[in-house]
Every structure is written in C-alpha cells, then in structure tokens.
Design a protein around this ligand. Sequence first.
Ligand code: F3S
Length: 388
Amino acid sequence: MQLTPEEQAMLAGKEGKAKRKAMELLVALGAIYGADRLVPITSAHLSGVSYKTIGEGGIDFLEEMAADGKVVVPTTLNPMGMDGERWKEMGVDQHFADRQLLIISLYEKMGVEVNCTCTPYLLTNRPKVGDHIAWAESSALSFANSVLGARTNREGGPGALAAAITGRTPNYGLHLDQNRRATHVVEVEKGITKDEWSLVGHAVGRKLGACIPFFRGLGNDVNCLKSLAAAMAAAGSVAMFMVENATPEQPDSLEGLPVVKITRQDIEDTVKRLRTGTKPDLIAIGCPHLSEREMKELAGFLDGKRKKGDVEVWFCTSKGVWLRCPKERAVLERFGKVLCDTCMVVAPIEGKHKVTASDSAKACAYLPGLCSQKVYCGSRRELMELML
Ligand code: F3S
C-alpha cells in the first residue's frame, strides 16, 4: 500500500503512540484486503462500547489508545450497556456501571461524541453522497452506504477507531465503484406492510447472504429503511442495498441479475423461526433506536390507554431524540421506561429477563445468543397490544 509522507511519519511514531498503533492496524487491514492506499474520511462511528461486549480486554485497548490519541474527524458512538442515568432501574449492578462509565470517559478523552446511538445519521453524524467514512455498527453503516450514498466497509470497533484517529481508512471494498453494484433484484409481494420490513430484511439476509440487493418499489420511508438495513445486516452481513427510485445509487442495468421474491410465506416462516418464546417478561421496542416520528406514533397510539399487568417495557432511543420528545416521553413513561444510550441487546439483561419481545428481526436474531433470551417476535402493534 502506498503511504504519503505524512502517513509514513504516523507509522514511524512521530505523531505519538496511538497514531502509530492506529496506522499499524490500518496498514495490516489494507494488506489483507489488497488496498492500494489510504483514503481520507469525513466521519467515523464506533462500536465496541458496552462493557458486556468488550470486557476488560477492550478497556485495556482503549486505555492504551486514549493515553495520547485524539480523533481528527467527527466521531460518534454506538449504544452502551446501560442508560447513563437510569442504570439502577434497569437492574445493572455497580461494578458494571463503574466499568461502563470508565469506557465512556476514555472515548470522551479521545474527543468522541459520547451520546451513544446506532442511529447517528438521524442526529449529528449524517454523511453526504460520496463521502468516504469508517463506520462500525452493521445497521448504521448499511444505512449510510445505501440511503445516504456514503462509502464505508463493515468496520470493526478497533478499525473504525484507528480510522478516526488518523482520519483515513484503507481504500478497498465498498469504497470502490466496482464493488457497489447490485447483485440481485428483490421483489416483495404486494400486501406486505411497512411494519414488516424488518422481517423482509431478515428473509433476504438469510436467502442471499452477503450481497447487494436491489429492491423493486419499496418506497423511501426512513424508519422502514433503517429496520430493513438492520435486519439484513444481522441475518446476511448485507452492508449495502438499493431501493428503486429511493436510494442515491441505482443500478446501471438489471440485465442478467437473479430475481428473488419475498412472499407472505417467507414472512410467516421468518416469524416462526424467530419466535422461540411466549409470555415475555420484557417488551423492548427501539432496534434500531427510535426516531422522533416513531416516538410520536407510539405515543399517539398509547395516549389515553391504560397499561395492563406489570411486564417490563423499554423504549430505546438516542439522547437527541429523547430531548426532542418531552410530551411523547410523558405518555410512554406510563407504560415503561424511555431509555437513552443503550438497547436490549447490549445491556446485561440475561439473568434478569428470560423472554424478550421485540419487533426487530435484528434484535430477535441476537437476543438468544448474546442475551440468553427466548424471543417473542411480533409486530410493533402486537407488542403494544400486549401491554394493554
Ligand atoms: Fe441498535 Fe442495539 Fe439494535 S445497537 S441496531 S438497538 S441491537
């Protein structure tokens, strides 16, 4: 890989230890993937935030990087393992909370914006068409590639941090035009509703694996696109997709591409596969984090109704959306907790809950393995009706 004199100086340690380590990591990644050079980035988004997922090894790495490392591009952070203020109400213990707050302070020391969300694109980190970026968090990076037209590979936490510290990332994969072409056409049967896009995403991810699907006629509803992106990334490592007349990049030609149909039967099979439990003791909505419009829709449906039973309910969102929705929060708090900076998958819910209900195919796919949960997979309307 060709390095500029400035990059060579970083690699030689002339700009400090963190930059040297970051550059070593990027050079190693570039060599593995055959990159010709590093490309400047305009933003980064980091995963590897919850103490549950990174543990003590992750803290050691962050302490080393934070000793003299600073990010040089706007950089945001994925959800952590708890709400920074309401962690006791979530059942999080003191040791976990202390280690979690240490992780956040290390990121803050490096200059990272520490509002923790998987939907940074709804707030302060919204790249433009053609921007090269280094994003981790599979749902967010797929949204950035597909809906915003920015360019990122599926970064891991350390690779994204290294890119944030140097302002560069190796030029391979989805940074290159030739790798951003549709591989399949997907047709979704009429009658499948917006509420079911997450299930569509799971079905496509399972059927096709890593691919770039082109969807015929799905429309451009942002909330649906974020659900679709999350589910496809979780089920099939899909890092980019296109939607007819909706995404900035469209295929030059569809000739010769295999056509895949998603039918009502696929949706029913997906629910069957994901639903492993009945009678949830936690209902968790907000994967990916709820947008302002979703908060309004939820509050609009629940306003004037009464909660039945004492099942625990979480609405997960970002601090930015939380701040913008005081009236909606007041309604939702009568049914459960509106939590910021965290989610049902990265919080330590195992041990406290056994069956979690979610309308997100991504959460339903991860909850058994990462949180030892049985899962009640249902539509958002169904989940809300469980509370009434
Ligand atoms: Fe976000 Fe957590 Fe889902 S990080 S995409 S809410 S699993």
